[in-house]
Design a protein around this ligand. Structure first.
Ligand SMILES: Cc1ncc(COP(=O)(O)O)c(C=O)c1O
Length: 370
């Protein structure tokens, strides 16, 4: 008998894991640059540094509080999120980033052999978590990155496959387009399955002037709709790891029972309360980032790239040669997202960061694409 302990795990065969991002230090070493030359345009994090309330909250935090466990009920945190999201605190399920909540939803809804419908291209974790749960991923690819799958087709696939779970990412990563609420309803209304709308980029779309995209407003009429949000992107807390799920009233108690008791650390809770303390400062930053997003998209178009009409804090574009452009940028310490295979092959994605960082990227693009 083999003595490989892998055989003892539930999944002992190959698993599709999330591709690990190289660290700044690894990228700097491979480009022969000092660490501080590296700027990450590949992770859709918040340009311009922490929101003012985050620094303030951290300064006034007493690390002595970390000796004790935090509040199991996340009362302050849920109240603060509830205020910005416009939802009752008990319907909020905090977690260690949206990623943890993708796992929570997936394992709560789907098990071995169940179908999970994932319109692609999208955030890879929906499929990764379905695979780890032993579920069957039914990918529904776009015919072109700019063309969202028709809602009727998504619904028909869910019904045909008897899927228990389906994902809608709005605005979608990596294409940036948002799904109007009537399309979400056409997918979810009366469906015998859970539909999760990932809205971790919603604040940017709102700052760009989009209205009527908030899927929380659907939950009363469609109690099979869950909404996933994060403080990683729009609130600048990617490294602190905090996201939240908004569930309909009828599922609040059950999700409260299923979540990890203290996935959000007390230190992260302090940072989150700081980030959420000044909605006007957050909105101002989102507006500034989206002005930069337009500037970056316009510059790319001016340089002959095909650019998707996106509402997230990033521009997705097709240059004449994605591989050589990405490596030219990397030599300058500027890291953009590549899609080596699949439907996005040939496209790149770059985060719109603060004005000075954007300027550096645009200058380099001009040099390389001229
Ligand atoms: C669409 C989408 N959902 C979820 C996440 C994960 O967010 P978090 O950092 O809160 O886990 C990301 C991160 O890139 C994302 O793009």
């Amino acid at each position: 008998m083999s003595d490989d302990p892998l055989r003892l795990l539930r999944l002992s065969g190959e698993v599709d894991a999330y591709p690990l991002e190289p660290s700044d230090a690894e990228l700097a070493a491979s480009a022969g640059l000092p660490d501080e030359r590296i700027v990450r345009y590949d992770l859709n994090t918040l340009g311009g540094g922490p929101l003012p309330g985050v620094r303030e909250a951290w300064r006034s935090w007493d690390p002595g509080r970390a000796v004790e466990y935090g509040d199991l009920g996340y009362r302050d945190l849920r109240a603060a999120i509830g205020r910005v999201a416009g939802v009752a605190p008990e319907r909020i399920v905090p977690g260690a980033g949206a990623d943890e909540l993708i796992r929570l939803v997936t394992t709560s809804v789907a098990g071995p052999g169940d179908a999970v419908v994932v319109p692609t291209p999208t955030f890879p974790m929906f499929a990764v978590e379905a695979g780890l749960a032993g579920a069957r991923v039914v990918a529904l690819p776009r015919v072109h990155p700019a063309e969202r799958q028709p809602a009727a087709g998504i619904r028909a696939t869910i019904e045909r496959e008897g899927a228990r779970l389906a994902w809608v990412c709005s605005p979608n990563n990596p294409t940036g387009d948002a799904t109007p609420l009537d399309e979400v309803m056409a997918i979810a209304d009366g469906l015998e399955a859970i539909v999760v709308v990932d809205q971790v980029y919603l604040e940017f779309a709102t700052a760009a002037g989009a209205i009527g995209l908030d899927a929380i407003t659907l939950q009363e009429a469609a109690p099979n709709v869950l909404v996933l949000r994060s403080l990683a992107k729009a609130y600048g807390l990617a490294g602190a790891r905090i996201g939240y799920l908004v569930v309909p009233e009828a599922l609040a108690g059950r999700f409260d029972a299923m979540r990890l008791p203290l996935a959000v650390s007390i230190a992260t809770e302090v940072l989150a309360l700081g980030a959420l303390s000044d909605p006007a400062a957050a909105a101002e930053r989102h507006a500034a980032i989206m002005r930069e997003q337009r500037r970056l998209a316009d510059a790319l178009r001016g340089l002959g790239c095909e650019v998707l009409d996106g509402q997230g804090n990033f521009a997705t574009f097709r240059p004449p040669d994605a591989r050589s452009l990405a490596s030219g940028l990397m030599q300058r310490g500027l890291v953009v997202r590549e899609f080596p295979t699949g439907p996005m092959a040939g496209w790149l994605r770059a985060t719109a960061r603060a004005a000075d960082e954007n300027e550096r990227l645009i200058d380099a693009l001009r040099e390389l694409l001229a």
